[in-house]
Design a protein around this ligand. Structure first.
Ligand code: ADP
Length: 467
């Protein structure tokens, strides 16, 4: 059995009791590595005056980690810059927010090379390397330059933008060309995969080969659709645990017979929070008779506070929530409970269960795990309704949710009304169909699908043909 070397920007081993806003990736990779031999390599999150290439090895909660420190300039240009101010907005279709600076691109290339430099000596002949996400698009090419002949896979956890948007990025051709250093590239949905393919074919002259792969000259890359799932079994167990039950009871008491709508998101412009608030406001305006029988709990811990666009969205939401509560609150009712903090997973599980509606309305999202967690937390005999943006990767799998266009306040308002009045039989029918997917295509399924493709086994090759 080959060792698995996972490479990602941050190495955040996550136990089931971890609190705060964990990215979906941290939860998924910890689950994957716990069952696997190998190593998790990445940035420590720490700063150093001068980059030394020193590697800090640790063993945390059953996972071996190897981390490096980065310089201030690295963090500014690679992480805050190219990753979070260039690629993140661009890949979420927000070219209006994307910042194109040569220093960012330079810092990004430098840090990707530093990752490859420090990782290369750790690699043994049979290791397979699995690089994660948009921070490290160039690591595969940098490893190849250093003579690495191991199988190297890449997984993108965010959307891949359409060709016309990606064309606005200076150096886009070179970036995509470099990704042909990977043996396999995985995406959450066929839509993201097709956008990648279209760019490679039309802009770089790549040609289709084999099982839906692509070739430029004699370099080929396989493309894989593998939607990430949650730890469904663990999550179901957590919902039955004492912490979740206490959170559920606390929320039920405080709801006092009113139907709760829940939103749980990192505070990010891609999550459609402004539009969600506007849709809810529209519902309050249009349905005066239902007003006092609902409330929206929006949990949104701040993230990436060093980036200006994140400070702006926070200020905007503070204003909007104040306006909504100012216009509609009464002495015995507040329509919007807007909370800027994270909660432990078990507590969230209890909150999800207490919610009649899960409102998950990103403008664009690679996957969205909150939607799946909401489904997994429901009471099978009396489940709530998932309202899901059709622009989340999860919508490709969760077609039995009430799917909405998150840009339309009217559609959001209608969906809330429809979910509130939905009969139990329909709720149960929809939930069963959703839960079947969340159970079948969980994080273990995702990891297996990816690792089989990475190891080049037959099973995966067959799956690649059937999206
Ligand atoms: P992203 O990775 O973009 O943040 P996902 O929905 O895919 O979005 O994953 C978010 C993960 O972070 C989920 O597992 C969710 O439970 C967790 N999370 C989000 N917000 C909070 C919060 N306020 N408190 C605790 N966990 C959170």
């Amino acid at each position: 059995m080959s060792r698995m070397i996972v490479v990602s920007n941050r190495v955040q081993v996550s136990g089931s009791d971890a609190g705060g806003a964990q990215g979906g990736l941290a939860v998924a990779l910890s689950a994957a590595l716990r069952e696997h031999q190998g190593l998790w390599f990445g940035w420590s999150g720490e700063r150093t005056d001068t980059f030394s290439g020193h590697i800090d090895f640790r063993r945390e909660q059953g996972v071996t980690t190897a981390t490096i420190d980065l310089e201030d300039q690295d963090i500014e240009e690679y992480y805050d810059g190219y990753a979070n101010r260039t690629l993140w907005p661009l890949f979420h279709y927000r070219i209006d927010l994307a910042e194109y600076e040569r220093d960012f691109a330079g810092g990004y290339a430098r840090v990707n090379a530093r990752f490859a430099d420090t990782l290369r000596p750790l690699l043994e002949t049979d290791d397979v390397v699995w690089v994660q996400d948009y921070h490290l698009l160039l690591v595969g090419a940098e490893l190849r330059r250093r003579g690495c002949r191991n199988r190297i896979g890449f997984f993108l956890h965010i959307p891949w933008p359409p060709k016309r948007l990606l064309s606005t990025l200076p150096g886009a051709d070179a970036l995509v060309r470099a990704m042909f250093a990977y043996d396999v590239i995985g995406f959450h949905t066929r839509e993201w995969l097709e956008s990648f393919r279209e760019y490679a074919v039309l802009e770089l002259g790549a040609v289709p080969v084999g099982n839906g792969g692509l070739a430029i000259g004699d370099t080929t890359v396989e493309l894989l659709v593998a939607p990430i799932g949650i730890e469904t079994a663990d999550f179901k167990a957590a919902v039955e645990g004492s912490i979740a039950r206490a959170a559920f009871r606390q929320m039920q008491e405080s709801a006092n017979g009113r139907a709760m709508i829940i939103g749980v998101d990192r505070l990010d412009y891609s999550k459609g929070l402004e539009e969600r608030f506007a849709g809810y406001e529209r519902f309050l305006r249009d349905c005066p008779d239902q007003r006092k029988s609902v409330f929206l709990l929006q949990i949104a811990p701040p993230s990436r506070a060093t980036v200006e666009s994140y400070r702006r969205i926070r200020a905007t939401l503070d204003g909007l929530s104040g306006r909504i509560n100012g216009a509609y609150a009464d002495v015995d009712w507040v329509p919007l409970r807007y909370v800027n903090r994270g909660y432990p997973r078990e507590v969230l599980a209890g909150f999800y269960r207490a919610a009649r509606i899960g409102l998950v309305t990103p403008l664009r999202d690679g996957m969205n795990l909150v939607a799946k967690e909401y489904v997994a937390a429901q009471d099978p005999d009396d489940p709530g309704v998932l309202i899901l943006s059709r622009f989340a990767g999860a919508a490709a799998q969760l077609s039995d949710a009430v799917l909405v266009n998150p840009y339309s306040a009217e559609e959001l308002s209608d969906a809330i009304g429809r979910a509130l009045s939905m009969r139990r039989a329909e709720r149960i029918r929809r939930w069963r169909a959703l839960m079947a997917v969340v159970e079948r295509e969980d994080v273990i399924w995702w990891r297996r699908r990816c690792t089989e493709a990475l190891l080049g086994t037959q099973a995966a090759a067959e799956e690649i043909r059937e999206p």
